[in-house]
Design a protein around this ligand. Structure first.
Ligand SMILES: [Zn+2]
Length: 160
């Protein structure tokens, strides 16, 4: 049942993204659909290169250039959110459940990103800003941490 609900949401999101592309005078292509579908194969956070691999599994005509050109469009349309962890590699995540403000907890070693709901942070930022007469545009909370593997072994597998 949960799966069916998700695919309906995916189709609605695709409709929205198609409309967005058309409104920008861009074509709705099979490659873009492949990239879009690959988003939902991703587990949590992903890089452009990871998305490219998954997109090619679904549609082997997907080019690296199309992935790199599509990601800013996916971000601009709100389908995907960019998660900046202060590295050269940009991380992205699908934005389907973005009702709540998210805080990121990032492992110092393997860069695994844990997202936690932090609605109180949004409230706090707004409250403080309103007192100063300012209009909030963006805010983030990022915590650097040691994942359990790092704590136990002193380093993480993913880094090797
Ligand atoms: Zn780690």
């Amino acid at each position: 049942m949960a799966k069916r609900k998700k695919s309906k949401k995916v189709e609605e999101t695709w409709d929205g993204f198609s409309t967005f592309l058309t409104s920008k005078g861009l074509r709705v292509t099979g490659q873009r659909r492949g990239i879009f579908d690959a988003l939902f194969e991703e587990d949590g956070h992903f890089t452009a290169e990871q998305l490219l691999v998954h997109a090619r599994n679904l549609d082997d005509t997907v080019s690296r250039a199309t992935v790199y050109r599509s990601l800013p469009l996916l971000v601009e349309s709100g389908v995907v959110r960019e998660v900046d962890v202060g590295h050269d590699n940009k991380f992205y995540t699908v934005n389907l459940n973005s009702e709540n403000f998210k805080a990121q907890v990032v492992c110092l070693d393997c860069d695994t990103i844990y997202e936690v709901d932090a609605p109180f942070m949004e409230w706090y930022g707004k409250t403080v800003s309103e007192k100063l007469g300012l209009d909030v545009q963006d805010q983030r909370l990022q915590v650097r941490a040691e994942c359990t593997q790092f704590q136990h072994l002193g380093s993480c597998d993913r880094n090797k």
